[in-house]
Design a protein around this ligand. Structure first.
Ligand code: AMP
Length: 114
């Protein structure tokens, strides 16, 4: 299968501002931010979307969320709050088929989301 844009960022083929990475996850600035702070955190394993994750990914998915909270704290969002978003499939607004969690902050988020 062809590599996604996120795999190419993880591999260093395309430059990006890395916010955090470890053996399992990779966090970087969204190229088209929807909030003053907009970071994406992705598993290095190329799971296309949350619906295609399996029980084998249980630890990885927990790690992804814990590290999303860690990144939000390090970036200074803990006090004001932030939103984590995972889009799944067409109606969910997914455009890149590599599971990713949006970390959005720096402004008051609307509810319900558009
Ligand atoms: P989604 O719509 O949930 O699939 O989110 C995909 C996100 O990836 C969008 O917010 C895009 O702005 C972002 N994106 C696409 N290409 C890049 C890139 N090269 N570097 C950083 N973010 C990107």
């Amino acid at each position: 299968m062809a590599q996604t844009i996120f795999e190419r960022l993880i591999d260093g083929e395309i430059p990006t501002e890395i916010v955090y990475q470890d053996d399992l996850v990779f966090a970087f600035r969204d190229i088209n931010p929807k909030a003053p702070i907009h970071i994406l955190i992705v598993p290095k394993k190329p799971i296309p979307r949350i619906a295609e994750s399996t029980l084998d990914d249980q630890f990885l998915l927990g790690h992804l969320l814990l590290k999303a909270a860690h990144v939000a704290k390090v970036i200074g969002l803990e006090g004001t709050g932030y939103r984590l978003v995972i889009n799944n499939g067409h109606d969910g607004g997914e455009t890149v088929p590599h599971l990713h969690c949006h970390i959005l902050g720096g402004r008051l988020m609307d509810w319900p989301p558009g």
